[in-house]
Design a protein around this ligand. Structure first.
Ligand SMILES: *Cc1c(COP(=O)(O)O)cnc(C)c1O
Length: 404
């Protein structure tokens, strides 16, 4: 490991051989000659050159170096290096949001006539992106049951170039066997993309399981404190060069301010993910015993139909759980409104616990039939378990339970 300070934008930490917890703190760190300990931030749109000759060489690609922050920025680069190391990928490319990550993947790696097979239990805007916008570029999408390998196999055709999934799914925690779907993808010359937003590299490493590309909404656990919107894509050099080429031209780049916040977020990500998981496990088991609760969805529960897959492919079960209460929409709303501390919001992955009624918010734009097919019932409540004291959380949820 070199500790040299010669170039402020150079990465000075060799991540090889270090564990995820260490990489979260150290990978991608750079230091200016001032010797600051925290990551420097470069809020600049453009960079200057020492001569006209140097400018020409940089623009011509003969010399490496920064030109303009839509292309590269040292703070953004530091974030990319850190998350790439944590996911075990060759290279990462940061984007302005999680949706920008998926859009950039679609436009960089797919073309007219290509076909995507996608889990039907992905983030709502992901479905809209494929169906309303990427379809205009002549890219078609077929949706499958994420838990059914035969469904994945059956949906593949000669034009299939990409398989896309999110595991565990939101809000029901359905799992997809990443290694098995990777095999299906590769047998058909297609790429497997995994949205690893819910578990992060701390609790799940899709690339090690055979996926080709991992993407994130950094807005969720990577920030972890609800401050910034951002995204990132991680994978092999060849595909990431294509994605970078699109972002550089298409402008779906991350701002240096946000990259700095996400760098700070990554430093505490391992600790937070273990805290979220530990509390969610205890609350899931506790909710399962409550008379007003009909069913709890959490991959850490033995009652979860894919609990053994969760144990095999995850290093933990994450912070998001959901449950059905006795009664319908009114009972669910009464429960939510009775809590005093927990935040009512559609966001998740925050250090503060959040509560959501999926059927009328995050999944409210689906038709009732689609919602029924997806298993999102009116009595379903989602909780993204935060880092507050467990007894305080139980007490707040008890106010909701008393309404049932
Ligand atoms: C939030 C989310 C996205 C979209 O990310 P944005 O940063 O909001 O654009 C994509 N996938 C999952 C699983 C998400 O939760």
């Amino acid at each position: 490991m070199s500790k040299g300070f010669e170039n402020p934008s150079r990465v000075q930490f060799d991540p090889d051989g270090y564990a995820t917890d260490t990489l979260a703190l150290r990978a991608g760190q750079s230091r200016t000659p001032e010797g600051e300990h925290s990551d420097p931030i470069y809020p600049t749109s453009s960079f200057v050159f020492s001569s006209a000759r140097e400018a020409a060489a940089r623009f011509g690609g003969e010399e490496a170096g920064n030109i303009y922050s839509r292309f590269t920025n040292p703070t953004v680069r530091a974030f990319e290096e850190r998350i790439a190391a944590m996911e075990g990928g060759e290279r990462a490319v940061a984007t302005s949001s999680g949706m920008a990550a998926i859009l950039s993947l679609g436009l960089a790696l797919l073309k007219q006539g290509d076909h995507v097979v996608c889990s039907r239990s992905v983030f709502g805007s992901t479905v809209s992106l494929f169906d309303k916008y990427l379809s205009r570029a002549g890219i078609t999408t077929t949706y499958v049951d994420p838990t059914d390998l035969d469904d994945w196999r059956a949906a593949i055709g000669p034009a299939t170039r990409m398989l896309f999934l999110e595991t565990p799914s939101n809000p029901l925690g359905e799992l997809t066997d990443i290694a098995a779907v990777a095999e299906i993808a590769h047998a058909n010359d297609a790429l497997l993309v995994v949205d690893n937003c819910f578990l992060t590299p701390v609790l799940q490493k899709p690339l090690a399981l055979g996926a080709d590309i991992v993407m994130h909404s950094a807005t969720k656990y990577i920030d972890g404190q609800g401050r910034c919107v951002g995204g990132v894509v991680v994978g092999r050099q060849a595909e990431m060069e294509e994605v970078f080429g699109f972002i550089r031209t298409g402008g779906t780049c991350m701002s240096p301010f946000n990259a700095w916040v996400f760098l700070k977020g990554l430093e505490t990500l391992p600790l937070r993910m273990r805290g979220h998981s530990e509390s969610a496990q205890i609350l899931a088991q506790w909710l399962e015993q409550q008379a007003g609760v009909e069913r709890v969805f959490y991959t850490g529960l033995e009652s979860h139909p894919q609990h053994s897959l969760a144990c095999r492919q995850q290093n933990g079960f994450g912070g998001v759980l959901s449950f059905e209460v006795k009664g319908g929409r009114d009972a669910a709303w009464r429960f939510i409104d009775a809590t005093r501390m927990i935040s009512i919001t559609g966001n998740l992955g925050d250090a503060k616990t959040t509560i959501t009624h999926p059927a009328t918010t995050t999944h409210g734009r689906m038709t009732p039939e689609d919602r029924a097919r997806a298993g999102i019932r009116d009595n379903l409540i989602r909780v993204s378990v935060g880092l507050e004291d467990l007894d305080d959380l139980k007490q707040d949820l008890s106010l909701g339970l008393a309404q049932l």
